[in-house]
Each structure stands twice: as C-alpha cells, then as structure tokens.
Design a protein around this ligand. Structure first.
Ligand code: SF4
Length: 342
C-alpha cells in the first residue's frame, strides 16, 4: 500500500473498524481522568481547517474510489471546533465521500453544552449524526473520584442537547469504576442516568487499572479497592436489572469484558442477559475460574465454549499452574491479565 499522506489518531471506537478516519483534533481537551493514559503527554489542539480538508482529499486519493458509509472524526472532541469550521469539514467530507451515511465523533458534555441548540442542529444536519459519550458512570461520587470533569447533570443536559438535534448516541459504561467502595452507587446512579437518557446504544467495558495512572496509585495506597471478576459480573447483573423503560442496544463488545454473549436490545433481551449471568454465577467456583482464565487467555468467547473439552482441559492445565485454592492469588492473576489487555 502507498504511504499515508493524512494524519491518523491513536484511537477509534471498535465499532468504527471499517470507517474512514479523519483527524480533526489531537489529544483530549480534558486529559485528567484518573484511569486514562490515552493521550498522556499530548497537548490538546484543534487542527487547522485547511489541514483537515487537505487530509480528506488525501484520504480520497489514498483509498482510490473505495466507498465509505461511515466516518469517525478523531481524536477526543470535535465539538471543541468552531461550529462553522466543523460544518465546513463535514461539507468537504460529504463532497469527497458522497456515500457517507454516518459521521461520528467523541464529544465531551462540557464542550457540547457550550453550543446552542441551533448550532447542534446545524452540525447534525451537516452530517455529524452519531455521538460517542464516555459517560463511564452516572454517579457524581464516582465521576469526582475518577476526575472525569463532568457531572450527571452535564451528561444529561448534553445528551438531551444532542438528541434534540437529531444525533444518535452511544454511551460507554465501565464496570468496576466505583471500586468496592462505591459499587452500589455506581450501578444505581448509572442505571438511573441511562434510564433518563435512553441512548441508542450502551456499551460496557470492564475496569483494568493501567500501571502508572492515578488510579493505580489509589489502588496501591488503599483508597480504591478493585472488584474481582465475579463482582463485576454482579455489577452488570444489578445494572441490567435496574435498566427500565429504555429501548437501547446493549452490548459487551470489548474483549476486556467477560460475558460477550450479553449483547442485544433492551427490553426484549433483558431476561436472556440475566439468565446468561445466572448461568455463569451458578457454575461451581472452579468452573467460574476456568471460564475467567479461558477468556483472559483467549480460549473462550462465550460460556458455551467451555463445552469444547480440548479447550477446557488446556485452560485447566494453565489454571493448575496457579494456586487454585487461593481466591486472592487468582483474583490477582486475573487483575494482571486484564491489565495486559489494555
Ligand atoms: S475524557 Fe476520555 S480521553 Fe480524556 S482523559 Fe478522560 S477518559 Fe481519557
């Protein structure tokens, strides 16, 4: 393949794997969340509009007539751009890639609420019709402890703002983000906020504490007690139980999650989600450990994969290398394996 002559940022949501990626901003305008290292050391900047437009045409030349139906605007927050500039970028994108049906971006609640309703509508009408929201939690205490710089109020306000403009919304929730200390509040308040927003899609992630983060320090100093794998499953169970009156897609797509089969639409799949969780929780503890390890070392995707005797035995052999009788040791093994996955 010929060399890229347009910028590509370091991240995109997994669901944008086949999308055209155009970089409008560099870094994250906040860059302070206790658990995140994504843009550490990178100063946030909005790219000059002429550079972005040049990138769009360079991408068109590079992909040689390939038709894209979706485009993701990188990095952390395209809404930080002047509205007129963002619309100019969107118009250029549509000109260069006329088959685009969806253009999406991350958007911070604080930035979006600075735009007027008319500006949001104009941005949506120009093509930016899908918003990724890193909500993570609906609990004010969890958001504060994690230094998210947003509040449930601002999340709700920005979500309403975006929805009124006609944008679809995908929200990310992190299981375990409250630790043991705030687990119950994390679940209840997150369900409460999601029930008010009714986003098009809810995606789950499971917490893995990155080394060198502020959260890592909090763990080491005893200010944050991470949940073990089973406790995160219980959090997900409680979350699903408390999601009511919404019609969102709900999914576990990231490999850091345990039960990947919990993926469907609310409310019709709620009973199936809960029964999958109960299937896991009712396994004898040794089998739960076998499944967790099998997920973490990539033998299994779903619970039913344990029926493959060869896989099961291989995982069991790996499990036997640990101190299987000591749950603390096993929790630590899984904690470290999760750390390696991010
Ligand atoms: S807002 Fe998102 S990208 Fe920015 S520091 Fe927080 S988690 Fe990381």
């Amino acid at each position: 393949m010929s060399q890229l002559h347009f910028q590509q940022g370091p991240i995109r949501p997994p669901s944008e794997a086949n999308s055209l990626l155009i970089r409008t901003t560099q870094g994250c305008p906040w860059n302070k969340c206790s658990f995140c290292t994504l843009f550490k050391g990178m100063e946030f900047s909005i790219r000059p509009i002429e550079e972005i437009k040049n990138d769009i045409w360079a991408a068109k030349a590079f992909y040689k007539g390939r038709k894209f139906e979706s485009c993701f605007l990188q990095d952390g927050d395209s809404f930080a751009m002047e509205t007129s500039d963002l619309i100019e970028v969107l118009n250029t994108l549509k000109q260069a890639f006329p088959d685009l049906k969806q253009i999406s971006s991350y958007g911070r609640a604080q930035t979006m609420t600075k735009k007027s309703a008319q500006e949001m509508k104009a941005i949506c009408d120009a093509g930016l019709n899908m918003l990724y929201c890193g909500m993570e939690s609906g609990s004010i205490d969890v958001l504060k402890k994690m230094k998210k710089g947003i509040t449930p109020k601002s999340i709700l306000k920005s979500a309403k703002h975006a929805k009124q403009a006609g944008m679809k919304m995908m929200t990310f929730i992190i299981l375990g983000l409250g630790g043991k200390e705030l687990s119950q509040e994390h679940v209840t308040e997150t369900a409460n906020l999601l029930n008010q927003i009714d986003p098009e899609e809810i995606r789950l992630l499971s917490l893995a504490v990155k080394q060198g983060t502020e959260l890592d320090d909090m763990v080491k100093s005893g200010r944050f007690t991470p949940l073990n794998e089973q406790e995160m499953v219980l959090e997900q169970k409680a979350l699903i139980e408390q999601l009511n009156g919404i019609s969102s897609r709900y999914g576990n797509f990231h490999s850091i999650n345990l039960l990947m089969e919990i993926n469907g639409v609310l409310p019709q799949d709620k009973a199936r989600f809960l029964s999958t969780i109960d299937d896991f929780l009712s396994l004898p503890i040794e089998k739960q450990y076998n499944f967790i390890l099998g997920r973490r070392i990539h033998y299994y995707t779903e619970l039913s994969d344990m029926n493959n005797q060869l896989y099961f035995d291989t995982v069991q052999n790996e499990l036997a290398k640990t101190d299987m009788s000591n749950p603390v040791v096993l929790d630590d093994v899984f904690y470290q394996l999760r750390q390696r996955m991010i």
